[in-house]
Design a protein around this ligand. Structure first.
Ligand code: MEV
Length: 435
C-alpha cells in the first residue's frame, strides 16, 4: 500500500476518486455516497467539518419510545439504533411500567475527574509539603479558564496529589475533580489539565538543575463513579402477571431474580446482560449527540468495581414487592459538543422537552432499564427470538430484494410461524418458482 499524504486537503471528488482507485468501490457505487447528504449547503458544510476526511453521511434509523414515565413525567424518547427489536422492546417495557407507576430515578452527584500523570524524582515528602502551594498556583493560573464554569456553579472542586512511586518509579498523579453543569465537559477538563501540566513544569521548587517534572499525559478519566444515576421500577409481585400469561407471577419473579443473580456471578452472562442495558442507553446517547464510547468504557469498569465483572442491575423481592434497579455512571451533557449544532440532535432535544444533563442521565438510564427488563422478561418466558425475528423479517425480505407483493405475502405467512433466514429464503424461492 502506498502511503498517502494530504488526503484531508482533497475536495470531495478527489477523495472519491482516490477511494475508487484504491478499493473495491466502483464509480457507480461512489455516486451513491451522496444519497444521504442533505441538499441544504449549510448542513452539508456542518457535517463535512465535524470530522476529518469526510466523504458522506451514514444514516441509522431514528425511532421513538412512547409511554416512558420517569418520576411522574411522561417522555417520548428518541432512539437511534440499527437493531430491529430495540425500540419495540423498550416500548413494551415502558408501557408495562407506565401502568405500574413508571420509572423512578435519582442522581446524587455529577462529579467528573481528570488526571495529570507525571514523574518527578525528588524526595516524596518534599512534594507533599509543597502541595498546598502547588494547588494554590494551579487554581490561580486557571482562573480565566474556569471563570465561565464557575459562574454556572461549576469548575474545579478538588485537587489531590497521589504518590504512585511504589507502583512506577517516580510516578505521581494530580487527580482533579470537576463540576461541569450541563456539559459533559471533556474539552473543558482537558484544557484545564493541560494548563495544570504547564504550571507544574514551571514551578521552580520542582524544576531544579537535576530534577524536573516530566509530564507523561494530561487527560480526563472516563471512569465516573461519582457521576452516576440510579433508576428503578417497583410493583407488587402479583402485578407482574401482566407481562406474560405463560408463567405465574411468582414464578416470573423468581426466574427474573435468578437470571439477574446469574448475571452477577457469571461474566459470560453479565456482559450480555449489560449489553442489553446499553441497547437503550446508546440509542438515547446517539440520538442526543453524546459520547457513547466514554459512557460504555466507564460503565463496564464500574461493573467490575468489586473485583469481578457483574451485571449492573439488582432485583429485590421482599414482602411480595418486586423492585428492579439499575445503577450506572453516565457522564453526559445537553450543551457543548455537537449537541447544539447537529440538526437532528436539536429536534431530539425538543422531543425530550429540553432536559438538563441530570434529566438526560435519568432518561438514558430508564431506557437502558426498559430494554434490559424486556430482554430478561422475554428470555425467561418465550425466549427472545420470536419477537426479535418478527422485527428482523423486514430486513431479511429487503436483503432478498423482494417486491411489495412478496413482502405482503411473507408478512401474512409468517404472522403465526417462526421466522428464520432459511425459512424466509425458502418461502420467497417457492413464490418465485411459481411465476
Ligand atoms: C440483544 O441485543 C440483547 C440481549 O441479548 C440482552 C440479554 O441477553 O439480556 C437480548
Amino acid at each position: 500500500m502506498k502511503v498517502i499524504s494530504g488526503f484531508s486537503k482533497f475536495d470531495h471528488k478527489q477523495r472519491l476518486d482516490y477511494i475508487t482507485a484504491n478499493s473495491d468501490l466502483t464509480e457507480g457505487d461512489s455516486l451513491h455516497l451522496d444519497d444521504y447528504c442533505p441538499p441544504n449547503g449549510d448542513q452539508q458544510r456542518l457535517f463535512s467539518e465535524m470530522i476529518e476526511n469526510y466523504i458522506g453521511n451514514f444514516p441509522i434509523p431514528l425511532g421513538v419510545v412512547t409511554n416512558m414515565v420517569i418520576n411522574g413525567e411522561a417522555y417520548i424518547v428518541p432512539f437511534v439504533t440499527e437493531e430491529s427489536s430495540v425500540v419495540a422492546a423498550a416500548s413494551k417495557a415502558a408501557k408495562f411500567w407506565a401502568e405500574r407507576g413508571g420509572f423512578k430515578a435519582k442522581v446524587d452527584a455529577m462529579t467528573k475527574k481528570g488526571q495529570v500523570h507525571f514523574t518527578w524524582n525528588g524526595n516524596p515528602e518534599s512534594i507533599q509539603q509543597l502541595f498546598p502551594e502547588i494547588k494554590r498556583k494551579l487554581i490561580d493560573e486557571t482562573l480565566e479558564l474556569t471563570a465561565k464554569m464557575r459562574q454556572r456553579s461549576g469548575g474545579i472542586t478538588d485537587i489531590l496529589l497521589s504518590d504512585k512511586t511504589n507502583e512506577l518509579a517516580g510516578y505521581y498523579q494530580i487527580d482533579v475533580s470537576f463540576e461541569t453543569g450541563d456539559a459533559m465537559g471533556a474539552n473543558f477538563i482537558n484544557t484545564v489539565l493541560e494548563k495544570f501540566a504547564s504550571v507544574l513544569e514551571n514551578i521552580s521548587e520542582l524544576n531544579t538543575h537535576d530534577n524536573r517534572v516530566e509530564i507523561i499525559m494530561s487527560i480526563l478519566s472516563n471512569y465516573t463513579p461519582d457521576c452516576k444515576v440510579n433508576c428503578w421500577v417497583e410493583c407488587p409481585v402479583e402485578q407482574l402477571s401482566g407481562w406474560n400469561k405463560s408463567l405465574s407471577y411468582n414464578l416470573f419473579a423468581t426466574k427474573f431474580k435468578q437470571s439477574v443473580d446469574i448475571a452477577n456471578l457469571d461474566i459470560s452472562r453479565a456482559v450480555t446482560h449489560n449489553k442489553g442495558i446499553f441497547n437503550g442507553i446508546d440509542a438515547v446517547l446517539l440520538a442526543t449527540g453524546n459520547d457513547y464510547r466514554a459512557t460504555a468504557a466507564g460503565a463496564h469498569a464500574y461493573a467490575s468495581k468489586e473485583g469481578h465483572y457483574r451485571g449492573l442491575t439488582t432485583v429485590t423481592l421482599t414482602d411480595q414487592t418486586f423492585r428492579y434497579e439499575l445503577e450506572i455512571p453516565l457522564a453526559i451533557g445537553t450543551v457543548g459538543g455537537i449537541t447544539q449544532i447537529h440538526p437532528m440532535v436539536k429536534n431530539v432535544m425538543a422531543i425530550l422537552k429540553y432536559p438538563d444533563s441530570k434529566k438526560l442521565m435519568m432518561i438514558a438510564a430508564a431506557s437502558g432499564l426498559a430494554n434490559n427488563f424486556s430482554a430478561i422478561a422475554s428470555l425467561i418466558t418465550t425466549g427472545i427470538q420470536t419477537g426479535h425475528m418478527k422485527m428482523h423479517l423486514s430486513n431479511i425480505l429487503n436483503q432478498l430484494s423482494t417486491s411489495e407483493t412478496e413482502r405482503n405475502l411473507a408478512n401474512d405467512y409468517f404472522s403465526d410461524k417462526t421466522v428464520s433466514n432459511s425459512a424466509v429464503n425458502d418461502f420467497i424461492l417457492s413464490l418465485r418458482s411459481k411465476i
